[in-house]
Design a protein around this ligand. Structure first.
Ligand SMILES: Cc1ncc(COP(=O)(O)O)c(C=O)c1O
Length: 413
């Protein structure tokens, strides 16, 4: 087996068409698309019986362990269009100390911080940029809370595509620097991510750049879908009881829900589904509010604020898809305070040696809350998503010093 076989071998592809996620209207594959005519996300559809005929669990097991092992369930047709920076399968890490302390069931983190550019945004953007390359797109633009912009910058540079990126004024410095260093033009904007999105839409109308905003193009979701494919394969073609996902635009949650349906259609998993839990910050919880009100669409959250910048998304175009997955799965939406996020981050780092990002820590805070109020049972296997490396975020200073010229009290160290 060649280490880069998934990237170089030609393999059959099965995309049949795209479909409006709201109206079901069909759109042709292999053409440039943004939203459907109804202004809703487009989903990629496959000939799944064709996939079932050519792909077996054994075939998959022999392939290199990267995201491209699932090529038959992905939209890129030609190997030469794949733009890869090494999208390794991310590990499942158990948190036995915390599970024991809480008296809960098995507690597992899928650690997405191992991906190129240090976050799961690599999954979506590697797919969007590879498809952009296949479709001849020359200039991409996007609004970002940081991590998505970094991934777009990296993959666009690798593909020779120009990238212009807009982020909220207070986006962490490291994100803005990495975007610039990785060859994109990046601007801080005095507003939130949806204000940045308006600039991208205006530029699309005026200069024709391609809008890569969350769910406004069809392929990021296909990349994010691989989180669900990997997770099921890593658990021996099983799914956990509960998935807690830090939800902003919701691409990952929607993508995983789609992945499980496709895996069932090709006979890799059965009917069992995890309960999907959308975790948001108390200072920006439009999905939680909509879930609790029982409505299909989520109104914009005014004055959004949270330290978990990745989930500071006041309004999401895929709101109905997030809510649908949460409800169909028997899951729920839950908000956690910044204080609870900080405490969860500290606890996981101190007691498990696992440095989560604030968004990942939000899922652990939510797990604790839901375990305490009975919404997650003590015998359930739960998977948390740590969507980025904790090292991308400002860390509190460690201030202890030692004067090497003075006697050292070793017993006190
Ligand atoms: C670290 C992190 N977690 C979670 C999210 C939310 O992701 P999604 O858009 O899939 O809801 C983001 C998005 O920026 C992020 O950067």
């Amino acid at each position: 087996m060649r280490h880069d076989e998934n990237l170089t071998a030609e393999r059959p592809t099965f995309v049949t068409h795209l479909e409006c996620a709201y109206t079901g209207e069909r759109y042709p594959a292999d053409e440039v698309h943004n939203l459907s005519r109804a202004g809703k996300p487009l989903l990629v559809r496959y000939d799944l019986s064709g996939v079932k005929n050519v792909l077996s669990k054994d075939t998959l097991a022999q392939r290199p362990t990267d995201l491209w092992r699932y090529r038959e369930l992905l939209p890129v047709r030609r190997a030469s269009d794949i733009v890869s920076l090494g999208e390794a399968v991310t590990p499942l890490i158990r948190l036995p100390n915390l599970a024991e302390k809480l008296g809960g069931g098995e507690l597992i983190v899928k650690d997405e911080g191992r991906l190129p550019t240090g976050s799961f945004k690599a999954r979506g953007l590697v797919m969007a940029v590879s498809m952009g390359k296949a479709l001849g797109i020359k200039h991409m633009a996007m609004p970002t809370n940081g991590n998505a912009g970094a991934a777009l910058a990296a993959y666009a540079s690798s593909a020779g595509i120009k990238a212009t990126i807009f982020c909220p004024e207070d986006t962490p410095e490291v994100n803005v620097s990495e975007i610039a260093l990785q060859g994109a033009s990046v601007y801080r904007v005095n507003g939130l991510i949806d204000d940045c999105g308006k600039i991208v839409a205006e530029g699309k109308a005026k200069v024709g750049w391609f809008d890569v905003s969350t769910l406004k193009e069809p392929y990021r979701i296909e990349g994010k879908k691989t989180m669900g494919l990997e997770l099921a394969e890593q658990l021996g073609w099983d799914v956990p009881d509960v998935i807690l996902y830090p939800t902003g635009g919701g691409t990952g949650l929607i993508g995983m829900w789609k992945a499980f349906a496709e895996l069932e259609a090709i006979g890799f998993i059965g009917k069992k589904r995890p309960r999907m839990v959308a975790v948001q910050a108390a200072g920006c919880a439009p999905m939680v509010r909509a879930y609790e009100e029982g409505v299909e669409h989520a109104a914009r959250w005014e004055n959004a604020h949270t330290i978990a910048s990745g989930i500071r998304v006041p309004q999401a175009v895929g709101d109905f898809l997030i809510l649908r997955a949460v409800r169909e799965s028997g899951g729920f939406a839950i908000a956690v305070t910044d204080q609870a996020i900080t405490a969860a981050l500290d606890e996981a780092a101190r007691e498990e040696g696992f440095l989560m990002c604030p968004e990942g820590a939000a899922t652990y805070a939510a797990y604790k809350q839901a375990l305490a109020d009975g919404r997650i049972r003590r015998d359930e296997r739960a998977v948390l998503f740590n969507c980025a490396t904790g090292l991308k975020y400002p860390l509190p200073p460690a201030r202890k010093t030692l004067d090497r010229h003075k006697p050292i009290d070793f017993a006190a160290l």
